[in-house]
Design a protein around this ligand. Structure first.
Ligand SMILES: CC(C)(COP(=O)(O)OP(=O)(O)OC[C@H]1O[C@@H](n2cnc3c(N)ncnc32)[C@H](O)[C@@H]1OP(=O)(O)O)[C@@H](O)C(=O)NCCC(=O)NCCS
Length: 162
């Protein structure tokens, strides 16, 4: 992974920058409908009210290299949730996604969280392979999980031990 990257907490000013990569970084997954679905999953409120456990990676010229949007569950303090993660395709396979997840696990463990959850689309093979390598257990396909036609697979991982 490039040693030149810097990591920081996102701000509201980063919202538009993250929206702009949801199409290219996902490689057109599920076409225009998929792009719209992803954009609707990342409203501004994540950059207003969910930033302490979220992270951006930037190159020295300020361009976005990766992001992770995550938070501690308001319902179950034992659990944290990774809502969205993306890495610039030019940097795939260099450990950047793992670095962001490892940071999130450590931060949440320090708060007393014991479990991390997230979901992905069944057709996102790269995401499923990544989460398997990161030690997550995958559910069966959950039909209509996020609404009619919006199937998902769910991932769970213990972070109780470093
Ligand atoms: C999924 C994603 C975040 C992975 O980021 P990354 O920086 O390329 O992943 P890493 O290099 O840290 O890989 C960590 C491990 O996962 C494995 N992995 C990552 N992507 C993989 C893929 N597409 N297929 C198989 N294995 C994969 C790596 O081989 C690595 O294994 P290792 O540590 O045992 O060598 C990135 O591919 C991405 O942004 N995809 C598009 C957006 C997306 O689908 N986000 C997730 C759903 S919200």
């Amino acid at each position: 992974m490039s040693a030149d990257l810097t990591f920081r907490q996102p701000t509201e000013a980063d919202h538009a920058r993250v929206l702009s990569v949801l199409e290219p970084w996902w490689g057109g997954l599920k076409g225009a409908a998929g792009a719209q679905e992803r954009a609707l999953l990342v409203p501004r409120l994540y950059f207003q009210h969910f930033t302490p456990a979220s992270r951006l990676a930037e190159r020295p010229d300020g361009t976005l290299a990766a992001f992770l949007l995550g938070f501690r569950s308001q319902t179950d303090p034992d659990t944290a949730y990774i809502h969205f993660v993306g890495v610039d395709p030019a940097l795939h396979g260099q450990g950047l996604g793992r670095t962001l997840y490892t940071w999130f696990f450590a931060r949440m463990r320090d708060c007393g969280v014991r479990k991390v959850k997230c979901i992905t689309s069944p057709g996102n093979a790269g995401s499923r392979a990544f989460h398997a390598r990161l030690g997550f257990t995958e559910s069966e396909v959950l039909a209509d999980y996020d609404g009619p036609g919006l199937d998902r697979v769910a991932f769970t991982r213990s972070i109780a031990e470093p």
